[in-house]
Design a protein around this ligand. Structure first.
Ligand SMILES: NC(=O)c1ccc[n+]([C@@H]2O[C@H](COP(=O)([O-])OP(=O)(O)OC[C@H]3O[C@@H](n4cnc5c(N)ncnc54)[C@H](O)[C@@H]3O)[C@@H](O)[C@H]2O)c1
Length: 251
């Protein structure tokens, strides 16, 4: 019997690969046989990733997802070289204004958060769809957040971008269902990554108190769910937002 969770012969793109959840996903995909192409706007993080996972020169590339032209050029280059893209995992993200009341948020900061988290999601999806449609196969995974389901006070740009991602994949899932492509999102609660490095102990306590398992999640645990979503095994679920919240969200 074929093990559909393995990635032998597959090309998998991970965006936001330099740290945290994206980085853990690179390791797990590679261990399961994928050729991973790692993209991030953090040059130093990409360099460390390249040496840690012994990636080739053609497997790492600098990309800022807030720039549509860069996304177009990067995906076109990957398609020209690899001739296929089996899965796209988009874990790039930023928190943006935090602990700031809506009326005090400068539009430039609101828009920046939308560009990275939401517009990046849309532009990446637009660019991988033609090759996936031609293959009649593809798996698209976007990392959203519990903030997109429940909302955090003082973080309206982040909440808006993440719920936008969840809404976006719902309709697209139906649109591309006949093409052999699935698109799903993931809504983690608090995960131990550099994104939370500066979160105060008080805020962490508040967040953990809402998690029935009573602890933060680890990037490797989230990567396990992502790898399922990015694999052939995830063949009858699309437009759905998976949960990694230690029991906080049961919907
Ligand atoms: N850590 C958590 O608690 C948590 C909870 C819910 C959702 N998330 C989401 O998970 C995803 C990954 O977060 P993480 O915790 O691994 O964070 P992280 O900061 O450790 O990693 C995010 C990566 O995205 C990259 N990135 C940021 N802006 C980019 C841009 N414009 N272009 C390309 N790359 C960019 C960063 O360089 C970094 O390598 C994010 O979308 C985040 O919103 C995280």
């Amino acid at each position: 019997m074929t093990n559909k969770t393995l990635f032998e012969g597959q090309v998998c793109i991970v965006v936001g690969a330099g740290n945290g959840i994206g980085r853990a996903t690179v390791g797990l995909l590679q261990s399961r046989g994928a050729k991973v192409i790692a993209l991030d706007n953090n040059v130093d993080a990409l360099g460390k990733l390249k040496s840690e996972f012994s990636l080739g020169d053609d497997q790492v590339s600098v990309l800022d997802v807030s720039d549509e032209d860069q996304i177009k050029e990067t995906i076109a280059r990957i398609v020209a070289k690899e001739k296929r893209i089996d899965s796209l995992v988009n874990s790039a993200g930023m928190v943006g204004p935090s602990n700031v009341k809506l009326e005090d948020i400068a539009w430039v900061d609101f828009e920046r958060t939308l560009r990275v988290n939401l517009f990046g999601t849309i532009w990446l999806t637009q660019q991988v769809l033609p090759i996936m449609k031609a293959q009649k196969y593809g798996r698209i995974v976007h990392v959203a957040s519990i903030a997109g389901k429940e909302g955090n006070p003082g973080m309206s740009p982040y909440n808006t971008s993440k719920s936008g991602m969840i809404g976006f994949i719902k309709g697209i899932g139906k649109e591309i269902a006949p093409d052999g492509i699935t698109i799903n999102a993931l809504a983690p609660a608090v995960i131990r990554t550099p994104m939370n490095a500066d979160t105060s102990d008080e805020t962490l306590k508040y967040m953990i108190a809402r998690i029935p398992m009573g602890r933060v999640g680890e990037a490797e645990e989230v990567a396990e769910t992502i790898c399922f979503m990015a694999s052939r095994a995830c063949s009858f679920t699309t437009g759905f937002t998976f949960d990694t919240t230690g029991g906080r969200a049961t919907y």
